[in-house]
Design a binder for this molecule. Structure first.
Ligand code: ADP
Ligand code: MG
Ligand code: ZN
Length: 478
């Protein structure tokens, strides 16, 4: 039997406001435990929360950017549960009246462009953290610096069908929040994180199957790995005749597998009700209009501009613009005169491969846009061939050295000197009398053999155009 996966993602984005969601404590990472707390975020009785205007504006901005409808009567609600990192025993969140609803984003995969629906975007506060590496190895410590930090939860429709789409969707959300400057997008620090809901159903079945939710996905790679793991696990289970139980699972990035954490709660378990401490979030249409007018260039607009301005394909332009830093890198290199298509190919090709292999990203790149532009200029002016450029590029990637320096150090300057190449061609012809005779008796395809031998003779540094010209001339001479 064939199964079709159905996937919906819940993405949490930590907002980069100066203060927390409902109090004036600093929203900052890295201070000493419990240094950024007050009666409100400690949940002391009688303390009253006050909503952060900036966080509300950020929510509206993301909603506008992702084609959502903005609610003018949005409400905060209490989500009740007990956990040591949640001193109030409820989280202030939003329930049936979230600030943004009914949006969508466009993703790009090898299969093409697809729209993924956004059910809702709501505002909520983060919980604190339990620390298990304190003085006493048998104790758990509570750090409430993160308690009350503003979050947006972006809930997708179950429109995603495989891990590649899920990764592309996550990258697109990352693009929106970073282009808007409302979240730094640092997934390693958990500032952008994702829970993946996965179910499977027989192909052709209109009803959805029972879903599980895998938590703690803090990289694009883990999102994809966890989804593939879960699809395989559920498929095996169903083929074995087992039933899928609705549960919350936890991803272990070291073992590359997830394990069951608890059976999943339904929303009624949380006893949601409107938070009596906070008024309905009301604002005028004028606020929404003015935020709309101030939106920066967004990923899709930039993609379309790259297509227009540089003649790139939809796919290439999407790949470049889905990461803000990559799109800047591209623009810097082309502003220095580098050919747009060549820059694109190096970024999406060798550079992407090396980032992948070294688990690094563009922010870590030792190759500056200027160095890449210079290397491309050396291909164009004939100093190096595009084949040698691959070696130079790897050297630049590892050492951050200037391409000219590497070319000289490694003696990789392309040989275009006619005399030297002519000599190499003569040497190769003299060493291969059999092939020469065959070629002259009509075996044209041996031409490539001679070019290859001369390339070898010049240690890959011969200028291909000059080699071709001399091979032709000397072979046809006899
Ligand atoms: P909860 O708080 O219970 O996790 P949410 O509404 O916040 O519920 O999120 C549910 C997520 O699960 C959404 O992203 C939705 O698209 C997805 N989803 C719902 N049903 C299924 C299903 N059968 N299979 C996979 N994903 C699903
Ligand atoms: Mg949820
Ligand atoms: Zn506080």
């Amino acid at each position: 039997m064939q199964f079709e996966p159905v996937i919906g993602l819940e993405v949490h984005a930590q907002l980069s406001t100066n203060s927390k969601m409902f109090c004036s404590c600093a929203n900052q990472f890295g201070s000493a435990p419990n240094d950024q707390v007050c009666p409100v975020c400690l949940g002391l009785p009688g303390a009253l929360p006050k909503a952060n205007h900036k966080a509300i504006e950020y929510a509206i901005m993301l909603g506008l950017a992702t084609n959502c409808q903005i609610r003018f009567d949005s409400e905060f609600a209490r989500k009740n549960y007990f956990y040591p990192d949640l001193p109030k025993a409820y989280q202030i969140s939003q329930f049936d009246k979230p600030i943004c609803e009914h949006g969508w984003v466009e993703i790009e995969t090898k299969a093409g462009t697809k729209r993924i629906g956004i059910t809702r975007i709501h505002m909520e506060e983060d919980a604190g953290k339990l620390v298990h590496e304190g003085q006493d190895p048998n104790a758990s410590y509570v750090d409430l610096n993160r308690a009350g930090v503003p979050l947006l939860e972006i809930v997708s429709e179950p429109d995603i069908r495989n891990s590649e789409e899920a990764k592309a969707y996550m990258e697109k959300i990352h693009a929106y929040v970073t282009y808007l400057g409302i979240c730094n997008g640092d997934m390693e620090k958990g500032n952008l994180r994702c829970d993946a809901n996965v179910s499977i159903r027989p192909v052709g079945e209109p009803k959805f199957g029972t879903r599980t939710e895998t938590k703690n996905l803090n990289s694009f790679r883990n999102v994809a790995l966890a989804i593939d793991f879960e699809i395989a696990r559920q498929t095996d289970a169903v083929l074995d005749g087992a039933k899928i139980v609705q549960e919350t699972r936890l991803w272990d990035g070291n073992l590359n597998q997830s394990r069951s954490l608890r059976t999943k709660e339904d929303s009624h378990d949380y006893r949601y009700f409107p938070c009596p401490d906070l008024p309905v979030v009301r604002f005028t249409p004028g606020l929404v209009e003015s935020l709309k007018a101030k939106l920066p260039e967004l990923p899709d607009q930039k993609r379309d501009r790259f297509i227009q301005e540089y003649g790139l394909s939809h796919y290439d332009a999407s790949l470049l613009t889905v990461n803000k830093a990559v799109s800047h890198y591209f623009e810097e290199a082309t502003a220095l005169g580098a050919n747009a298509k060549a820059v694109t190919n190096w970024i999406n090709g060798d550079m992407a491969r090396l980032f992948n292999e070294t688990k690094t990203q563009i922010e870590d790149s030792k190759i500056t846009p200027a160095a890449l532009a210079k290397m491309l200029a050396r291909i164009e002016d004939g100093t190096i061939s595009s084949k040698i450029a691959k070696t130079i590029f790897e050297g630049m990637f590892q050492t951050g050295k200037d391409p000219d320096q590497l070319i000289d150090e490694q003696g990789l300057r392309q040989v275009s000197d006619e005399g030297a190449i002519r000599e190499a061609v003569m040497k190769v012809i003299a060493a291969n009398p059999g092939q020469l005779a065959e070629y002259r008796s009509g075996k044209d395809r041996l031409f490539g053999f001679f070019v290859g031998q001369v390339m070898k003779e010049t240690k890959g540094k011969g200028n291909p155009a000059v080699i071709n010209q001399w091979v032709k001339e000397l072979l046809d001479q006899g």
